[in-house]
Design a protein. Sequence first.
Length: 146
Amino acid sequence: MDTKNQKKKVMVVDDEYAIRELIALTLEQEYDVIKAESGQDALNKIQNALNKINSAPDLIILDIMMPNMDGYQVCRLLKTNKETKMIPIIMLTAKHQNEDVRKAVDVEADEYITKPFEPEMLRVFKYSKSIHYVKGRNENLLNYNH
C-alpha cells in the first residue's frame, strides 16, 4: 500500500463500550481506528504494533477512569518509553478539576477534553499540528544545536 494514501491510525482506549464505539464511528471514515477496552489492552496492542513496521498508532485518545490501570498510568508509561513518547495523547475524561488537569500535564498528555463532549471535536485535531508537532520540532532543534 502506498504510505502517502495510508490512513493515520488512532487508538481509542476506554472501558465504556458506548464511548469507544461513538468515537470509532466518528473517526473511522478518515482514520484506521484501533479500539482498546483497558489500559493493559492498549499497552499490549501498542507493543504488538511496534513489532510491525509503521503500525503504531499516530494518536491515542485515552480515558482516565478505568479499572486496574488508569489513563494517567498508561500515559506515563507511554511518555517515558523512547518508542512511544512522541505519540500524541488526548485525555478524554469526566474528570474536570484543576488537580486532574495538573496530573495530565505531569504525565505529559498532549490534550485534555472533558466529557460530555461533541464527537466532532475530535476530528478537528487532524487540521492542527497539535502540541505533538511543537514538541517534536523543539526536540529536533535542541538536538541540532548540540
